[in-house]
Design a binder for this molecule. Structure first.
Ligand SMILES: N[C@@H](CCC(=O)N[C@@H](CS)C(=O)NCC(=O)O)C(=O)O
Length: 215
């Protein structure tokens, strides 16, 4: 849980910074944080595009797609998912086939949108700037099998992009704070290993849900 003073929505990520007037500023929601970081610290557009350019709006489109689509849908898939071929559960504590189908299939559909768009996008080739989706989540979102999908190999462009990010200067170092990143590697783990990761997270998600329901 994040300090309400930093994020009124009490979630991570949240950011505090000092603005150009020397005043502390708080930013929450990952999309807003990304927009803030490029506005403040990427003024020569190494990883972003000039405001109001066609590429800027393309980026905003994909960022909004990520925030409104992939984030919420894959988040719910993580909650209900078990690998489709097994009956092991992550968090839900009971099999809810309708929810599982709804969220896992919607997550797959969203990644298919990328799979269709990516090869056609002229900027979708190599650098961190040159992508139709520079905002594709590297963190939990890159553990596709954790979300109930069968394999990351279903989406070769996504896989290639995630590994491309890793070799961008400073990227992996950032991912390794506070501890070694593991989300991409989770795609190669067995279902038992994935479930032990879910189990190691404890019951805080379910406990928080109960508290919220009673509040
Ligand atoms: N829409 C938010 C999602 C934030 C979110 O759900 N964060 C999760 C971790 S990925 C969290 O803080 N969970 C802690 C909790 O539920 O108490 C964003 O993109 O920043």
């Amino acid at each position: 849980m994040v300090e309400l003073a930093i994020n009124p929505n009490s979630r991570i990520p949240a950011l505090t910074d000092v603005d150009k007037n020397g005043k502390e500023i708080q930013i929450f929601e990952s999309g807003a944080i990304l927009e803030y970081l490029v506005a403040q610290y990427d003024k020569d557009h190494k990883v972003s595009y000039p405001y109001n350019s066609p590429e800027y709006w393309e980026t905003v489109s994909w960022l909004t797609w990520q925030m409104a689509g992939v984030g919420p849908m894959q988040g719910q898939a993580n909650h209900f998912a078990s690998k489709e071929s097994t009956s092991l559960l992550r968090f839900a504590g009971e099999q809810v086939p309708y929810a599982l189908n709804c969220y896992v299939h919607e997550t797959r559909r969203l990644y298919r949108v990328l799979a269709i768009t990516w090869p056609r996008a002229p900027r979708a080739t190599s650098s961190a700037t040159a992508s139709p989706s520079p905002t594709l989540p590297f963190g939990p979102g890159s553990a596709l099998t954790y979300s109930g999908l069968l394999s990351i190999d279903e989406f070769p462009h996504v896989k290639k992009w995630l590994y491309t990010l890793l070799v961008c200067p400073g990227f992996e170092e950032g991912c390794n704070a506070p501890g070694p990143h593991r989300y991409l590697n989770m795609n190669d783990m067995s279902e038992e290993e994935l479930n032990s990761i879910a189990a190691s997270l404890g019951t805080w998600i379910i406990d928080a849900m109960k508290r919220d329901a009673e509040a």
